[in-house]
Each structure stands twice: as structure tokens, then as C-alpha cells.
Ligand binder design. Structure first.
Ligand code: PEP
Length: 274
């Protein structure tokens, strides 16, 4: 009893001091431009019962905009959370084809992926746009999942830290301490996305601990210890365990392997006991 009291007591002190935070693992699926509305709903029908007792993991699915509203309705009162894959920073207006954080959060959606390398690459999104989107998401109570990561050429030239640092500094410009604490970060090396070539768990740990140090220096240690930092890039059931075993890897952002119910459930189960 005394031991238990002492453990809880010292844990509280450490948490208050910002020395130690228990970060719940996050499994986030990025469905990209896949799955019709009915396919998305039938995926939910399978995973809701399979995941319902798995409370030690945060489960997030980011489907297309079309599926967000019906999925939000079906996932209500379950432990499956939803996120958008992109947002526009204006509240509303003449921006044909865009969807704003304001409109997304009205559906009861909790998250939005911002700055994915496919958006940065194919749609020329700059760090300034990423910054605007993060600010708007936070203003409308969406938790941004902010992606950063280097290309193969940048890695081979030894520029990984410089690239990641530039993306962090640009994306978080003028974002204050309280707001930064609501962000999830995802280190997603471009060369690992959709290629089947994952970063090794020690490479992921190395860059993610660099991101945590950068947050500690730019904000404070408490914020750096509190925020989840995920790894993304060719995560599958057979490599997720070793990635999650790394000290600073708090979860994963998964593209391809999140599209199949069985592999998604398997990865959630592994994270739940990690
Ligand atoms: C992604 O799209 O964010 C991603 C990590 O994709 P994949 O898992 O397919 O590499």
C-alpha cells in the first residue's frame, strides 16, 4: 500500500515536473484516395467489435472527405476516432474544391493530417501553408497530425535533421505553447512512404528523438514529453512491434496496411500491449 502510494505520488511529481509522461500509443490510418463510402462503412462494421476492448491505444482513421460524415455517425460512442487528410485554413469562402477545419470539426471529427508529403509534393504545399492550416485546425478544435520528413536525396546528403527542423520551424511559426501541446507529430521519410522500405526502428528513433529535443528547446520539456510523435512509412504487422518498442516512437501513421481490416486490427492489438 505504501509502495503503491509512493509510486503514484512520485509519478505525479514527475509528470508535473515534465520529466515523465505516459503517452498512449496512437495508430492512425491514412486511407488516401481509397475506399467508397460503403467500403468505408463496412470496414468500420468489422473493426468496431474487434477493437472495442482495446483501450490502451488511440485509434484514428483518416478516410476521404466523402466518408467522414457517415463514418462519424457510425463510430459515435465507440473508441474509433476520425481525422481528415487535409484542410483549408479559411473558415469558409470562395475556395472551390476545398474543405475547411471549421466544416470538418462541425461533424465531430477530432483530427486532421496536415503537411503530408503527398500534399507537399503533388500540390506544392509550403511550410507557410502548413502553418496556416495548423493554426486554423487548432482554432476549430481539431488536433493536427503534422507530417515532416526528408527525401531520399536529402537523407543521402546528410540533410535529414536540417530538413525536418526547417519544416518544424516553418510549420509551427507563431504557434504558442498551449497550442503546440495539442499537436501530434509524424516523422514520415518520403523514401519510406508506399515503397515497402521502412526506416529501421533505430533510424526512426533517432529522428523522432531529434524532433522531441527540438520541441523541448523551442517550447519546453513538458510539451516535448507530452506530445505524441509517430513514425510513418511502410508500417506493417511484422515491423510495427519493433518500431513501437523504441523509447520515443509513440505510434504509427499507416497508409497501405491500414486499408485491410485484418492487418489494421492486428496492428491495433500489437499497439495495445506495447
Ligand atoms: C502514409 O501515407 O502516410 C504512409 C505512411 O503510407 P504507407 O504506410 O503506405 O507507406
Amino acid at each position: 500500500m505504501i509502495n503503491k502510494f509512493f509510486n503514484v505520488f512520485s509519478l505525479n511529481i514527475f509528470m508535473k515536473m515534465g520529466v515523465f509522461f505516459v503517452r498512449k500509443p496512437v495508430i492512425a490510418g491514412n486511407w488516401k484516395m481509397f475506399k467508397t463510402v460503403s467500403e468505408s462503412l463496412s470496414f468500420l462494421d468489422k473493426i468496431i467489435p474487434a477493437c472495442k476492448s482495446l483501450h490502451k491505444v488511440e485509434i484514428i482513421i483518416c478516410p476521404t472527405f466523402l466518408s467522414l460524415a457517415p463514418m462519424a455517425e457510425k463510430a459515435k460512442d465507440t473508441n474509433i476516432l476520425l481525422g481528415a487528410q487535409n484542410t483549408h485554413w479559411e473558415k469558409e469562402g470562395a475556395f472551390t474544391g476545398e474543405v475547411s477545419s471549421y466544416l470538418i470539426s462541425d461533424l465531430g471529427i477530432n483530427y486532421a493530417i496536415i503537411g503530408h508529403s503527398e500534399r507537399r509534393g503533388y500540390f506544392q504545399e509550403t511550410d507557410e501553408w502548413v502553418n496556416n492550416k495548423i493554426k486554423a485546425a487548432l482554432n476549430f478544435n481539431l488536433n493536427p497530425i503534422v507530417c515532416v520528413g526528408e527525401s531520399l536525396e536529402e537523407r543521402e546528403n546528410g540533410q535529414t535533421r536540417k530538413v525536418v527542423e526547417t519544416q518544424l520551424a516553418g510549420g509551427l511559426n507563431d504557434i504558442d505553447l498551449n497550442q503546440a501541446g495539442s499537436i501530434i507529430f509524424a516523422y514520415e521519410p518520403i523514401w519510406a512512404i508506399g515503397t515497402g522500405r521502412s526506416a529501421t526502428s533505430s533510424d526512426a528513433q533517432e529522428v523522432i528523438s531529434f524532433i522531441r529535443r527540438w520541441l523541448s528547446e523551442s517550447y519546453n520539456m513538458e510539451t516535448a514529453q507530452k506530445v505524441p510523435i509517430l513514425y510513418g512509412g511502410s508500417v506493417k504487422p511484422d515491423n510495427i512491434g519493433s518500431l513501437l518498442a523504441e523509447k520515443d516512437v509513440d505510434g504509427v501513421l499507416i497508409g497501405g496496411a491500414s486499408l485491410k481490416e485484418d492487418s489494421f486490427i492486428e496492428m491495433v492489438q500489437i499497439a495495445n500491449i506495447s
